[in-house]
Design a protein around this ligand. Structure first.
Ligand code: NI
Length: 185
């Protein structure tokens, strides 16, 4: 498994629509494995293909030791409301409150190409909505008020300083530093 570079805010690919897969191939499964590896090193709980510079409609999630690799995920039902803080591996150290559906039903293919349905509440439901948004070029900061979004982007630019690179390179797992937060998606 190879850790992949994570694209960060300003990278145009984060705003692109992904492509539906007609089948799940070995190459896709390798991408899924690399995405899990990347997400674990970055200590995230979700990662979408656009974040690693790819346009396949694939995302991975790992919440409370339950892992999901989802191909062509689609929300088929949603209800309720929850508000909570979100972060994103593509906008590290920036957080904002986002209101999402409290409950969603998602249909997707798993890594073997088998159709699955996930009935999710709370954090898993939030994570699914965040990752599926990524697969349609949407970021969590899009949901913030203009004022909060502007402040978030300003903070991000300040944290970055002179660094204008569009990717973050993940260190190999052994040397990955531990962050005090573990909830970026
Ligand atoms: Ni994200």
């Amino acid at each position: 498994m190879t850790p992949l570079d994570i694209y960060v805010l300003d990278a145009p690919i984060l705003r692109q629509e992904t492509t539906v897969l007609s089948e799940v191939t070995d190459a896709h499964r390798r991408l899924i494995d690399d995405m899990f590896e990347t997400m674990h090193i970055a200590r995230g709980i979700g990662l979408a293909a656009t974040q690693v510079g790819r346009l396949e409609r694939i995302c991975v999630i790992d919440i409370d030791k339950v892992k999901y690799a989802l191909v062509n995920p689609e929300i088929v039902a949603s209800d309720g409301e929850q508000s909570g803080e979100e972060g994103c591996l593509s906008i590290p150290e920036i957080y904002g409150d986002v209101t999402r559906a409290k409950h969603v039903v998602v249909r997707a293919l798993d890594r073997s190409g088998k159709p699955i349905e996930i009935d999710a509440h709370d954090l898993l439901a939030r994570c699914l909505q965040h990752e599926i948004d990524h697969l349609h070029g949407r970021l969590f900061i899009d949901y913030l008020s203009l004022l909060k979004r502007t402040a978030a982007i300003k903070k991000w630019r300040k944290l970055r300083g002179k660094d204008k690179s569009l990717t973050r390179t993940m260190p190999p797992r052994e040397t990955a530093e531990h962050h005090d937060r573990d909830e970026e998606l």
